[in-house]
Design a protein around this ligand. Structure first.
Ligand code: PLP
Length: 376
């Protein structure tokens, strides 16, 4: 039997057996106490990983559906300032253009955000700010807490894509002043793709738009969640909810602090390997920005071809990511999110080291050894 490949991507990620088996069952009525309990388990655990006591809903749709729900419910016909330093920041800007008057505050991908320009835009009356906390395309972690402070100072709303940070890294939505936070199921939570969760603060509810979208109408989600048993407005993706519940129970059993520490260790190990090889991390960080805890973006050395190198790694049964859009061929990205740990990271780094050498790059030192020191 051929072994299934190990997905070391920034989503989707390998799912624990319990999560997979949770989906394998007969259909259940989504207007039943049984489904209500499933939904309520998800919400309970997700509130803890979001760091929120606000309302929280699970939407049938991938992370982007959650992003669109946030903008469409609160940003229609309003001025939206979009912080952009990668593909997903850009996506929030594109969504914002569809609903409101969007202003892009752009930096080069993987470089620090322009918070001075954000302040100016807030002074000029922007009512909503969008931020990607962990910019997956470039492996950079943006200063959410600082952005939250600026947004509050100007009494605007803060929409934060926490799609690849929530469940794997420190997120304190309420303490940071996040009004709408979003996560996707197939990233740090290690659940199947196809669900998004969205939290909504009371400040945000006060500014709900008058003409909301239909399928993603968050007020309808709130009404249904308030009924007994708890439910969703329309038929949810029940098998995915069953799997998400199991994934959430696993998060609860591990404990969020342990889970974050595990993610931090994995990222440190990948960075130690890159350093030993003599390769640079792609992001240009400063005192406010950090390397991502859940995906490491590493710049290719001169002469190593992306497709070739990742193909060698793939032949060893491991899938890592390349760069997106203009970063294609310039970087490779190793996901360290979800249910994986030292075994998967060490195998990935060993395969990557082999592939780098095979592609003609003379590694300076032993990256696997360096990573071992982090876990050892
Ligand atoms: C993956 C991702 C998304 C998009 O999620 P989909 O599930 O593909 O819709 C949005 N933001 C970030 C930061 C992501 O990594």
């Amino acid at each position: 039997m051929e072994k299934e490949p190990l997905l070391m991507l920034p989503g989707p990620v390998p799912m624990p057996e319990r999560v997979r088996y949770a989906m394998m069952r007969q259909a259940i009525n989504h207007r039943s106490a049984e489904f209500g309990a499933v939904y309520s388990d998800c919400v309970r655990v997700l509130k803890t990983v979001f760091g929120t006591v606000n309302d929280l809903f699970v939407i049938s749709g991938s992370g982007t559906a959650g992003m669109e729900a946030a903008v469409a419910n609160f940003g229609r016909d309003t001025e939206i300032a979009c912080l952009v330093n990668g593909k997903f920041g850009e996506r929030l800007y594109k969504i914002s253009q569809r609903y409101g008057k969007a202003y892009e505050i752009a930096s080069e991908w993987g470089t620090p955000l322009n918070l001075g320009a954000l302040e100016e835009r807030l002074e000029q009356g922007a009512q909503i700010v969008t931020l990607v906390h962990n910019e997956t395309s470039a492996g950079i972690k943006n200063p959410a807490q600082e952005v939250g402070r600026l947004v509050r100072k100007h009494d605007a709303l803060f929409v934060m894509d926490g799609i690849t940070s929530i469940g794997g890294d420190v997120v304190e939505a309420d303490a940071w002043g996040v009004d709408v936070a979003i996560v996707g199921s197939q990233k740090c939570l290690a659940a199947p793709a196809g669900l998004a969760a969205v939290s909504v603060s009371s400040r945000a509810w006060e500014r709900l738009c008058k003409n909301p979208p239909y399928y993603l109408d968050l007020a309808a989600y709130r009404k249904s969640a308030g009924s007994k048993p708890m439910e969703t407005p329309y038929t949810p993706a029940v098998p995915l909810f069953l799997a998400l519940r199991e994934a959430c129970l696993i998060v609860e059993e591990e404990g969020i602090a342990n889970r974050i520490a595990r993610h931090q260790r994995m990222a440190r190990a990948v960075r130690a390997a890159a350093k030993a090889w003599g390769l640079s991390m792609f992001p240009k960080i400063d005192a406010k920005h950090e390397y991502s805890t859940t995906v490491s973006a590493i710049s290719y050395p001169e002469g190593v071809k992306d497709a070739e190198m990742r193909d060698i790694i793939k032949k060893m049964g491991i899938i890592i990511a390349g760069g997106q859009d203009h970063l294609k061929g310039k970087i490779f990205r190793i996901g360290s999110m979800g249910a994986v740990g030292a075994p998967e990271i060490l195998a990935t780094l060993a395969a990557t080291q082999f592939a780098l050498k095979k592609s003609g790059y003379k590694v300076q030192g032993d990256g696997v050894q360096a990573a071992g020191e982090v876990f050892g």
